[in-house]
Design a protein around this ligand. Structure first.
Ligand code: JCF
Length: 700
């Protein structure tokens, strides 16, 4: 191949060649990684890749388009192919008492500004303990089915779902042209017991509970196995719909599913008061032992779909729904030891090592002891018999000690004052505002502490951050202890260092030619990473995925975030206000963001990382709305929506909502009684509109 030296290419030629190379590489990547059937030699592949990289280095403006290609690299062949949910599959927030149900209803009313006297209808239904599934019908015919997965992407289980007899292949009557029905796949108790009996007769291990049996049966590569397992289904929600919505209410939708031939739960009821909601919970609780299938609570939803729309979401859970969970199950067992784990931020967390015990159908051998004060308050001692509690999918807890069974000579537990990982002092910082000691005792060594450093690396590479396939917790621990990866940047220099090194990765225990190649490909693929993942991966204290997304959306680049955080740490009031003006970011979060960017070694690592990684801005929520990209301030009394709803609505439309008016403000929405902010708006010449005008503008 005689190709022009890169420096002699014209931009147009570079563009064309680079694009073609990208496609070629992507095709080879798929053959190599997903089909295990490469058609060119490694050397030829490397030559193509080098040319591709060289063109990119010479024409950096091509970079914006690089993502799609870079991402293909690492996708390994997996058991099931993936299906991306066009409408994400939600999870439900939990509620644990009558009081909390009341609070849920209050929150909904407050958000909607719905007076006490005005009726508000909710649905209540049993919460099935199975696994969520999304089933797509086109022109009434079943075309695709996917598990929930992480809510964004699930596994393609179409062939398996087709074997479930209660799920129709064809819907009856008048149906939307596209309808994604969502519901729970589960196994009835009697079927579960019979299946376990068969398993045991065949010398196979039994399933722990019907939920596991259902999951294990649905996720079978061989659909004939699924077919032999008695699975069933209840429909309760939906994803994408094209064509007319069959109803304007939750209950109407579920009823419509029923008349289309889908199984729906007969215990679904409409309730118009908290009392009715609680009464229905009691009824379901009473019927629980005789239902014939496992449930773990009751789901409440706002019935009116227009109101659901207004309520929207907090993080991944709808504001318009909650799951009231049944009380947790408890069991007694012996506390064998207390382990101290050191987290990413240096917090020392005590973990109870238990004599394994089954609690509500799940074997538990670890439980959280929360912190030093909790151990002291409950006077938990090694050797004690303790009561372990497990509720839903939360980590089991120790609720109490059975004092009568305390062995003689059991000593009060002394919480270590030295970090078990590095021996440095571990202290409880005093909150300057309250003067009280923080609950967590923390190792003071920062990244010098191997536990903190490895936890930060694990977090960096983890699924919701950089998502580097092949670089899991175990691999990081091994690489860290061998000094191969001690800082995030080391991940990206791994391949180059390995090429120069005499002790090759491929010769390591557990590795080979192929797995090393895959690892390198996975790392290269992450040289382009979504900005929110990048921010989340930094491991800033208190910055979870949701906050990371908000920061990414607000700042658009890591440089902007850094600038503002650095300014804020130099006591910049405007910069601080910009941080706390972002929805969901209060003074504590802002403080830890500022602290992070105030640490020289963090900035140094960030700079080093930027040499290898290009974070990409997230797409705006609503690409084009009359207010997208604008900074809006709401002030005065709003009459058609609550302040929270206004904020959520503006953000959904791609606007930034700020609490104070400055020259950067684009729009002030003022209701009656607006005061100083209105004056500020006049001073800065910012446009002021009424609430009605706001709705006209955004088409409400
Ligand atoms: O029964 C369930 N496990 C269940 C889960 C019922 C529902 O109505 C749900 C759900 C998860 C999400 N609804 C949503 C929106």
């Amino acid at each position: 191949m005689s190709r022009l030296p890169v420096e002699q290419l014209l931009p147009m030629e570079a563009h064309l060649e680079w694009q073609a190379l990208g496609q070629e590489l992507a095709a080879h990547d798929i053959r190599y990684h997903q089909q295990d059937a490469p058609v060119i030699s490694d050397a030829d592949y490397d030559a193509l890749r080098r040319r591709y990289d060289a063109i990119l280095a010479a024409f950096p403006e091509l970079q914006r388009q690089a993502t799609a290609i870079a991402r293909v690299g690492a996708k390994p062949s997996e058991r099931f192919s993936k299906i991306r949910h066009v409408v994400p599959m939600l999870s439900l927030a939990n509620t644990f008492s009558d009081e909390e149900v009341g609070e849920f209803v209050d929150r909904v009313r407050r958000f909607l500004d719905w007076p006490e006297a005005r009726e508000l209808t909710f649905t209540a239904e049993p919460k099935i303990d199975g696994l969520s599934c999304s089933i797509r019908y086109e022109k009434g015919l079943l075309t695709k089915a996917a598990t929930r997965g992480d809510g964004e992407e699930g596994e393609d289980v179409t062939a398996n779902v087709r074997t479930i007899r209660s799920i129709p292949q064809r819907l009856r009557g008048d149906v939307p042209s596209v309808l994604e029905v969502r519901g729970e796949v589960y196994m009835a108790t009697a079927d579960f017991l019979a299946l376990n009996a068969r398993q045991e007769a065949d010398g196979k291990p039994p399933f722990a509970n019907p939920r596991n049996a259902a999951a294990g049966s649905l996720r079978q590569l061989d659909p004939s196995i699924t077919a032999s397992r008695p699975l069933t289904f209840f429909a309760y929600a939906w994803g994408a719909i094209e064509g007319d919505l069959p109803s304007e209410t939750q209950s109407g939708m579920v009823a419509a599913f029923g008349s289309m031939g889908l199984p729906v739960n007969p215990l679904t009821k409409r309730c118009v008061s908290v009392e009715e909601m609680i009464a229905h919970y009691r009824l379901i609780e009473e019927k629980r032992p005789t239902l014939g299938y496992d449930i773990d609570g009751v789901v409440y939803k706002v019935d009116d779909l227009a109101l659901q729309q207004r309520l929207g979401f907090i993080s991944r859970s709808p504001r318009w729904a909650t799951a009231r969970k049944f009380p947790a199950e408890q069991a007694r067992t012996v506390l064998l030891d207390i382990d101290i784990q050191v987290g990413r931020t240096g917090a020392l967390t005590p973990v109870a090592k238990l004599q394994p015990i089954t609690v509500g159908g799940v074997v538990v051998s670890n439980a959280t002891l929360h912190n030093e004060d909790e151990i002291a308050r409950k006077d938990v001692r090694v050797g004690d018999t303790v009561i372990v509690q497990r509720a839903g999918d939360v980590i089991p807890q120790i609720v109490a000690v059975v004092l009568e069974q305390r062995p003689e000579g059991a000593k009060a537990y002394e919480f270590p004052h030295l970090c078990p990982a590095c021996g440095s002092h571990a202290v409880r910082e005093i909150d300057p505002k309250t003067g009280e000691a923080e609950v967590a005792r923390r190792c003071t060594a920062g990244l010098i502490c191997p536990a903190q450093a490895t936890e930060r690396l694990k977090h960096f590479a983890s699924r919701n951050a950089f998502d580097i396939e092949g670089l899991g917790d175990k691999q990081i621990e091994a690489f860290y202890s061998d000094g191969i990866i001690t800082r995030p940047r080391d991940i990206f220099t791994l391949e180059a260092r390995d090429a120069r090194s005499l002790k090759k990765l491929k010769d390591r225990e557990g590795y080979g030619e192929t797995s090393v190649k895959k690892l390198f490909a996975a790392i290269v693929a992450r040289r382009y990473v979504a900005l929110n993942r990048f921010i989340f991966g930094l491991g800033i204290r208190h910055v979870g995925e949701t906050t990371a997304k908000q920061l990414a959306r607000h700042f658009g680049s890591i440089q902007r975030l850094r600038e503002v955080a650095v300014q804020a740490s130099a006591d910049g009031e405007v910069a601080k206000a910009e941080l706390t003006g972002i929805d969901g970011i209060g003074p504590i979060l802002a403080g830890s963001i500022v602290d992070f960017f105030g640490e020289a070694h963090n900035l140094e690592e960030l700079d080093a990382l930027m040499a290898y990684v290009t974070p990409e801005a997230m797409e705006a929520v609503a690409a084009e709305s009359p207010v997208s990209g604008k900074t809006v301030v709401f002030t005065g009394a709003l009459e058609r929506m609550s302040r929270d709803e206004a904020k959520a609505m503006a953000e959904r439309l791609g606007a930034k909502v700020s609490g104070s008016v400055s020259k950067k403000t684009d729009l002030v929405v003022a209701g009656p009684g607006a005061g100083s902010k209105l004056a500020d708006a006049k001073k800065h010449g910012v446009e002021v509109i009424s609430e009605d005008e706001w709705f006209e503008r955004v088409g409400g």
